[in-house]
Design a protein around this ligand. Structure first.
Ligand code: ATP
Ligand code: MG
Length: 595
């Protein structure tokens, strides 16, 4: 298949100040070298909070804006690195005062509020382990995840506590302290039995305190995966992960202190921590925090008014902006924007090209997982983009596509997994050993062990690698469709549907069929101004048949008002399939409301 390429003019890029130090290929890179770029703790060891704020607070960036919160009315409140460091210090002092020990787990159930950032950094400074939850979780998903991690402290709001935690409090004997960020004074908070008022505690706490002398392998973060496939998995990350946040922030996002950077990820998801907090702060940028939910006009206004230079978002958000129409951008000055990146789901080529039209910039896809802790494969800033490709592995990362046997397991010979030929589909795998790699699923050793075979970490995703080393996403292992001997990746079919002017979003699943094994069924959400009809159904099927051939094109197609998605914005194909086949829906705790 002929694939378009968006060429980058390196000569032109080189004159842009923020790409000056960009070294394509980064051939000399090694992780030891990257560690040297970090400060390290004065007495030895490494602590994420020290790298992210404390060292800046003692240096030339002390008065530089670290976080800029944008409120609903568009007004802003900023915290400098020095102020953020003091806030984090106060939170660490609160934990000390409460007798929380190193390694114990502090959870958050919070939106993007200033207290969240103090809590993450203060927890790490104290040497405790931070675990964010989606604030939209109901009581049971909260209970399950708090139980797995033996949460000692929970930081939340009064309303969320009442609705989601109070009903399950008795089932969490290890939860000692609930800290409310919106208690308006000790007396008032006392009205909520069993909670403490964080505002009062912070006001009374010292903003100065020791940073725990954590080592690189000490546990720092516990992140639950998105739950696209079911049962929650708690991925354990250590303080050395900051080395990867630093390197990927540089190579994949091109961050510099003069950048105004905006990551739109929910703070309950790994992206919210790795790239919403740690990577940008380590690089000394000014990070925008939008306290509100997604809305096309609001987002354009923030990009324009805050002069955002680097924007990190997700395919689902970009598709929503596409649906809203390019004309919505008119009137917003987005000239400060120099780099747009996306993560979380496959990025359809159509969306990359739309970025080029809408922003004058392509969207740079990058691939990673909760387990990898940081970006692994990316369309680097200075490399030619192949729309629809995830890009190439970052410096220090070795990725491969492993051949699979009939049962879908990697083929291993003499202890070493066999790699596929170029352009053949296999399981995407990574050589273990990068700093942000998860060190386990908490309390699930067997599940962790099963992620490795023949010298590789198995990602569970299927991909192809072309002869030039670009990786192409095919589908999640469990979403791939087998039809008449063909292996069909939902992404290819969905991307084709998206090329049709009527289609806003599409999801594709396999339906059992006596003859073919499975046939492809598509679910389509239409753009405004288009009506569902039998004629349009036939037209869309014909459209994909012409482009993909009858073996791959959907046989069946339904219109859906909204596709089911996780809170991190991923289409839940397994749920569509369960509903279609009348099977139990399984774990839907991360399902967005109303889907
Ligand atoms: P669970 O493991 O609980 O089922 P999940 O895999 O969706 O949930 P995450 O770790 O948040 O949880 O998501 C990682 C997955 O998201 C990847 O394995 C991949 O399937 C998908 N993904 C992320 N980025 C991309 C991308 N750029 N292109 C294609 N897929 C992506
Ligand atoms: Mg996963």
């Amino acid at each position: 298949m002929d694939r378009p390429v968006i060429r980058k003019d390196l000569a032109e890029l080189a004159v842009r100040p923020n790409l000056e130090d960009y070294d394509e290929g980064c051939a000399d890179f090694d992780w030891t070298e990257a560690r040297r770029a970090l400060a390290g703790l004065p007495g030895g060891g490494v602590n994420i909070a020290h790298e992210a704020v404390d060292r800046h607070a003692d240096g030339p960036l002390a008065d530089h804006e670290a976080l800029r919160f944008v409120r609903a009315d568009g007004s802003v409140r900023a915290l400098t690195y020095a102020q953020l460091s003091r806030e984090a210090g106060r939170f660490a002092s609160v934990l000390r005062g409460l007798g929380i020990r190193r390694g114990e787990r502090v959870y958050s159930l919070l939106g993007r509020r200033p207290e969240l950032y103090a809590a993450v950094l203060g927890t790490l400074k104290h040497g405790a382990v931070f675990c964010p939850l989606f604030s939209a979780f109901g009581p049971e998903p909260v209970r399950q995840r708090m139980e797995i991690g033996s949460g000692r402290v929970l930081v939340t709001t009064r309303a969320l506590y009442r609705k989601k935690v109070a009903p399950i409090r008795d089932a969490l004997p290890e939860l000692r302290h609930v800290l409310l960020v919106d208690g308006s004074g000790a007396t008032d908070a006392a009205a909520e039995p069993g909670t403490l008022d964080l505002v009062t505690l912070l006001a009374e706490a010292s903003d100065y305190g020791p940073t725990a002398a954590t080592g690189p392998e000490d546990m720092a973060l516990l992140h639950f995966t998105s739950g696209t496939t079911g049962r929650p998995k708690g991925a354990v990350h250590v303080h050395d992960a900051v080395t990867a946040h630093y390197a990927t922030g540089r190579f994949a996002l091109d961050l510099h202190p003069e950048d105004v950077y905006w990551c739109t990820a929910d703070p309950g998801w790994v992206t919210g921590t790795s790239y919403g907090i740690i990577a940008p702060l380590v690089h000394g940028v000014t990070a925008i925090v939008d306290e509100e939910e997604m809305d096309a006009d609001r987002w354009y206004r923030i990009l324009a008014e805050q002069r955002v230079t680097v924007w990190y978002t997700a395919p689902t958000a970009l598709r929503m902006l596409m649906k809203a129409g390019t004309e919505r951008i008119a009137g917003y000055d987005l000239s400060a924007l120099r780099f747009v990146a996306s993560v979380g789901e496959p990025l359809n080529p159509e969306v990359v090209m739309w970025g080029q039209e809408a922003f004058g910039l392509p969207v740079h896809d990058n691939w990673w997982q909760t387990e990898t802790g940081g970006i692994m494969i990316s369309n680097y800033p200075a490399m030619d983009i192949r729309p629809g490709s995830m890009g190439r592995p970052l410096p220090g990362i070795e990725a491969g596509v492993l051949a699979r046997d009939d049962a879908g397991a990697p083929v291993v010979r003499d202890g070493e997994a066999v790699l596929c030929e170029p352009d053949a589909t296999g399981e995407l795998a990574l050589r273990p050993g990068w700093p942000s790699m998860f060190r386990g699923y908490l309390h699930e050793e067997e599940r962790y062990r099963k992620c490795f075979a023949g010298g590789w970490y198995l990602t569970g995703d299927l991909a192809r690698r072309d002869a030039d080393g670009y990786f192409w996403f095919v589908g999640r292992g469990d979403d791939v469709i087998k039809s008449s001997g063909h292996l069909i990746g939902p992404f290819e079919v969905e991307s084709c549907l998206l090329e049709h002017e009527a289609v806003a979003e599409a999801a594709v699943i396999g339906i059992p069929d006596e003859v073919a094994g499975e046939v492809v069924k598509a679910f389509v959400e239409l753009k405004p101004g288009h009506e569902a009809s039998d004629a349009l159904r036939l037209e869309l099927i014909g459209f994909t048949r012409k482009r993909l051939g009858p073996a791959v094109a959907p046989r069946l197609l339904d219109f859906a008002p909204a596709l089911p998605k996780t809170r991190s914005g991923k289409i839940l194909r397994r749920l569509l399939k369960a509903r279609e086949l009348g099977l139990p829906e399984g774990d839907t705790s991360t399902l967005e409301a109303g889907r």
